[in-house]
Design a protein around this ligand. Sequence first.
Ligand code: PMP
Length: 435
Amino acid sequence: MRNVTNVNQELSELDKKHFLHPTSPIKQQQEHGPAFIFTKGDGVYLEDVNGNRVIDGMSSLWNVNIGHGRKELGQAAMEQMNELAFSSCFATFSNEPAIRLAAKLAEITPGDLSTTFFTSGGSESNDTAYKLARHYWILKGMPQKKKIISCEKSYHGVAMGATSATGLKPFRDFTNSLAPDFYYTEHLSAQALRETIEAEGPETIAAFIAEPVQGAGGVHIVSEDYFKEVRELCNHYNILLITDEVITGFGRTGKAFGMEHYGVTPDMMCLAKGITSGYAQLGGVVLSESIHKDFMERSNGTLLHGYTYSGHPMACAVALRNIEIIENENLVENARNMGEEMLKGFQWIQGERDLVGEVRGLGLMGAVEILSQGKEPLAPAIVNEAASRGLICRSVVFDNQDTLVFAPPLTINKQEVEQMIEILHDAIHAIEHNL
Ligand code: PMP
């Protein structure tokens, strides 16, 4: 039998030396090594190399919507790989899983969204949307329309365009040369968007992009009318509306897609994460029928945008099976019901613990504000405490926030929500006690 402690130590040393982690504190990694080296997943639980079992209160990166360990997805991947692991979708080549998935997305996405360009993830979806929006205006004879407006506190990924569109400033400050023609407007305010559009000049603006619910920025939920007003502004000023449903798609908010809460259809919708529940790398941009029609009618040459893995057969086969599971197991409805339970739990903690300020939730996206009252943020310490007690969640400390965010798998049941709430309460209590 292998010695678990030795394996952990060996992996930890190799990790420190050879693995530059994404979005991670380098010094902490070098001092402590990885906190968890996961080896197994089962439903809402993850297990590490030492046998520690924790609730994955973030669905890892807001993406494992159907939960861990679903053998059906392994089966779908294996069958497709054995049949046809890869073939090109460039030019006139195609494959059945990509075609069927594109058709399925047309069926389940809102309004007249009908045609998908496939990518390998959210950042690529965002960069694709900005390029397609600009290309659209070139085709329409308005090449001066190239500015992209996004929201403060937004997160759109780390490719060059996506970084440039990201409203959270530390991500932009990470590098010292951004893509041109990106502008920012105050989040949650349609009036602010109108002012930004007028200040920049609507004749120079290609698109406005927003998340239906801001995720990485701290789970901020817009007012009911916000997107209706945004849609009207975009129509009025001839600006495309792109929504980034990378987190909110595929049931996360208690509707199939986040925009369904607001009854608004965008011109383009960016997808990733929950499209495969993380079982394969896939994203996409879904275009409205009218945008697609303009592309078909006005484009003479080649659409010079395509990733090697656009329409990857195995990833698309996994997505189809994943969507089938979300539908057959009524996971959107479960997200709505369990989201209510989670929010009730947060409200109970709010009543019990002085450290807790505002609590928010929409479906299974939730936030708990910590009242550090201008001192060092406490959310990171609570995250560590919760992890040691068996719950993974995330802290958001950008923009003077001190907030915990949550996004458990859509398969979570009442008992597991209660377990999550209990651990969270005890972790906050322990930190409060140490102050
Ligand atoms: N958009 C949003 C709203 C996201 O939350 C993320 C990832 N957290 C991205 C885009 C980027 O996706 P990816 O990491 O797959 O490139």
